[in-house]
Design a protein around this ligand. Structure first.
Ligand SMILES: C=C(O[C@H]1C=CC=C(C(=O)O)[C@@H]1O)C(=O)O
Length: 485
């Protein structure tokens, strides 16, 4: 057999023992013989590695880069390179995306010497807040985009694996494909064993002393939008709207996205730290406390997260503020729109829905939120993307009723939301997936960093307090950038 000769000549990558190598060859022979697969993935175990350091060592702004980590779950994924990208736009974008990823799944064969639902074919990416996205600030982002990366490093507790994804070209020989797989696994070995201790500075941005301070800028204009929203609520146009603002600061050239992520994950352990960087594009990243969908088999976890309060300087002050949040009629009101709306939208997909009667409090470093976890047992026809299409946008980032509030978001905000407050996450070949809401986030372009923060506005919202709440929500990203006001 040709591949025997080849492997005699080729040194095996660290992750392959002789037995696995034999299985790999048999798999490739079968794959080439069948001639009905366009793509293949190869997953193998790897030794101890922090996936973020893999991305940092391998950072290549010319191609797709992705990161996802939930520090408190010890779950992280770093990916690089683009095998293929699926995109969609318009009101059917979730359904279109479902069809497209389904046909890629059918055209892909997977080899794995590890057992994990995320080892194999993975789709990584997200969706913009609105159905369409056509704006210069977001030129490198689509209204919906899922990428199959070339390399992916996965950590789930003690599980550590690498997946390589490749094209299977028509008439490709067994030798050629085998050689390609071994080459890619060697590439991963090289990165994993690169122990050079030359750390470049993560970079920082210093505030312009002449500026009035970014957190104070434009407050009048934003607060008058809140007044206008309240006026519409009084006229019964809608009951709740989330208004956001954008804060732009110059980006120091040396500020590296992976360094920001490292700072964020250390401070926001119970958040989801994410990064999406399209080829040659800007980087959208953040540490979001809001889970939109975690889907496994026929079980779904989601949550209502709305209603906010600052954290206390002392334990007693903190608990007093927590109590204030829990009894605040305004915050409860704002929160209940989200709970009820999520339940209603889940109903057609669910056999049963479970949630606690009263909201709990989720505490982050400098802000605390009312939070209701919601679980559902789903009907067999439910998929991650059908549920996403149904839930997004919840009234935690949109409004209630959505159709009435939506035009006012466009009218009252003076920037394009792009992927801010859109779903970001991943989807596996087995149909499981997780998407978070892209809040507490920013867009890093070559010259600027844009940060976003929004607040739920209801009838008795006070514009000044809402403005201060946006400042609290902007702090994590600003301080990760070491931008001290
Ligand atoms: C829209 C944002 O936060 C949402 C999530 C939690 C609490 C919120 C609030 O209290 O207004 C918002 O609904 C944001 O951070 O940009």
């Amino acid at each position: 057999m040709d591949t025997d000769l080849l492997s005699d000549k080729m040194e095996l990558p660290l992750q392959l023992d002789r037995e696995t190598d034999e299985q790999l060859k048999t798999f490739i022979e079968e794959l080439v013989r069948r001639e009905n697969n366009s793509y293949a993935t190869f997953s193998v175990p790897v030794g101890t590695i922090d996936p973020l350091s893999f991305l940092e060592r391998n950072w290549d702004s010319k191609t797709f880069q992705y990161y996802w980590e939930k520090p408190s779950d010890h779950f992280a994924m770093a990916a690089s390179g683009q095998l293929l990208q699926l995109s969609a736009r318009g009101t059917d974008r979730f359904a279109d995306m479902h069809r497209r990823q389904q046909s890629v799944r059918e055209a892909t064969a997977s080899f794995s010497s590890v057992f994990h639902p995320c080892a194999g074919l993975m789709f990584l990416g997200g969706f913009s807040f609105f159905d369409e996205l056509d704006h210069a600030d977001w030129h490198s982002f689509e209204a919906a985009s899922l990428t199959v990366p070339r390399w992916l490093i996965l950590q789930d507790g003690n599980h550590l694996s690498a997946t390589v994804a490749l094209d299977v070209r028509p008439h490709q020989t067994t030798d050629a494909l085998y050689t390609e797989v071994i080459k890619q696994l060697h590439h991963i070995d090289r990165i994993l064993s690169n122990t050079s201790k030359q750390y470049s500075s993560p970079g920082a941005v210093t505030a312009d002393p002449a500026s009035t301070g970014p957190l104070k800028r434009d407050s009048e204009a934003w607060m008058s939008s809140v007044q206008e929203a309240r006026e519409q609520i009084r006229k019964k146009t809608f009951k709740k709207i989330v208004l956001a603002r954008r804060l732009s600061v110059p980006r120091g050239e040396s500020v590296r996205p992976t360094a920001l992520l490292h700072r964020l994950r250390r401070q926001y352990q119970n958040c989801c730290c994410f990064l999406i960087h399209p080829p040659c594009g800007d980087s959208f990243l953040g540490a979001t406390p809001e889970q939109l969908v975690a889907f496994q088999h026929d079980f779904l976890r989601t949550e209502a997260l709305a209603g906010s309060m600052e954290r206390g300087e002392t334990a007693m002050e903190d608990i007093d503020l927590e109590n204030d949040l829990s009894v605040s009629a305004k915050n409860q009101h704002e929160h209940q729109f989200v709970v009820r709306d999520i339940e209603q939208r889940l109903q057609p997909f669910a056999r049963s829905i479970h949630r606690s009667d009263r909201p709990r409090v989720k505490k982050l470093l400098n802000v605390q939120h009312l939070y209701t976890p919601i679980q559902a047992d789903l009907k067999p026809e439910a998929t991650v993307l059908s549920i996403l299409g149904q839930l997004h946008p919840t009234p935690a980032v949109g409004g209630y009723p959505w159709e009435q509030a939506a035009p006012f978001i466009r009218e009252l905000e003076d920037f394009e939301r792009g992927w801010y407050a859109g779903p970001v996450g991943w989807l596996s070949a087995s149909g499981s997936g997780e998407f978070a809401v892209g809040i507490r986030s920013g867009l890093l372009s070559d010259t600027q960093a844009h940060f976003f923060a929004g607040c739920g506005i209801v009838a008795n919202s006070d514009p000044q307090s809402e403005w201060e709440e946006t400042n609290l929500k902007l702090k994590p990203m600003l301080s990760a950038l070491r931008y001290e006001d």
